[in-house]
Write a protein that binds this ligand. Structure first.
Ligand SMILES: [Zn+2]
Length: 243
């Protein structure tokens, strides 16, 4: 399994890693997103760069293995012309060894706070530490994590990288592209899933691995270019180490 994957990566000119919601460790459903984010930050995220605490909660374990997931991907693509497009909002990718300039997270990042009334984004860490939600100085409403579920989602947070990503993707049409898609579902298919199917369809030389526990199916038009791997994407990357 690893050998074949490595062969595809080494033969490609460009490698795109597309990460879907299957790997998300931060659940922001329900009412108070600030509250949930602050708890996740204090119990899990802030510990990521330190030693693993003796007593790890399940959330911590998930966060640690997610960091490991990214660092293993970095080893796979090291030295290649790569980009990572990630739908996660847990921000763990920014703690990994992956090159920040080659990362885009179009669904946002809980480490920034926004208010729908302005373009201003604030660094969330000091507020999560104190568990005090800042109030917007313009409209006096509580600020919320800068993630796509919020009303008036402020896309400024990722737009610059998104433009770079699209220029990179355009360039791939005349190159040999390998797409490793990990855990993509149908929650926001217009952002990555469908556009990438189209890129693979148009390109003569593109190849794709679609790894997903539930959604590894693909349209018939790209059948000769896609390898479907019906498996949890975190497990898939985890098991590569064993050969
Ligand atoms: Zn405001």
């Amino acid at each position: 399994m690893l050998q074949e994957l490595m062969k595809n990566i080494s033969e490609a000119d460009m490698v795109l890693i597309a990460v879907g919601k299957e790997t998300e460790t931060l659940d922001l459903s329900g009412q108070d997103m600030f509250e949930k984010s602050a708890e996740f930050y204090r119990e899990s995220f802030a510990e990521l760069l330190q030693d693993i605490p003796e007593q790890t909660t399940s959330q911590q374990t998930k966060a640690f293995s997610k960091l490991d997931f990214y660092n293993r991907i970095e080893k796979l693509v090291k030295g290649k012309d790569y980009f990572v497009a990630d739908l996660s909002v847990d921000g763990i990718i920014y703690k990994s060894e992956l090159n920040r300039l080659r990362i885009v997270t179009p669904c946002g990042n809980f480490m920034k706070l926004q208010c729908a009334c302005s373009d201003k984004l604030e660094d969330a860490a000091p507020y999560y530490e104190k568990d005090v939600c800042p109030v917007c100085d313009i409209c006096h409403q509580k600020m919320v994590p800068n993630v796509y579920k919020t009303d008036g989602y402020n896309e400024e947070g990722y737009l610059k990288q998104w433009n770079l990503y699209n220029i990179w993707l355009q360039r791939s049409l005349s190159k040999k592209l390998f797409v490793l898609e990990l855990g993509m579902d149908f929650s926001v298919p217009t952002v990555l899933r469908w556009p990438l199917e189209r890129v693979v369809f148009i390109s003569n030389t593109a190849k794709m691995y679609r790894v997903s526990e539930k959604y590894s199916q693909f349209p018939p038009e790209i059948a000769n270019k896609v390898t479907s791997i019906p498996m949890n994407s975190m497990d898939y990357i985890g098991e590569l180490e064993n050969g």
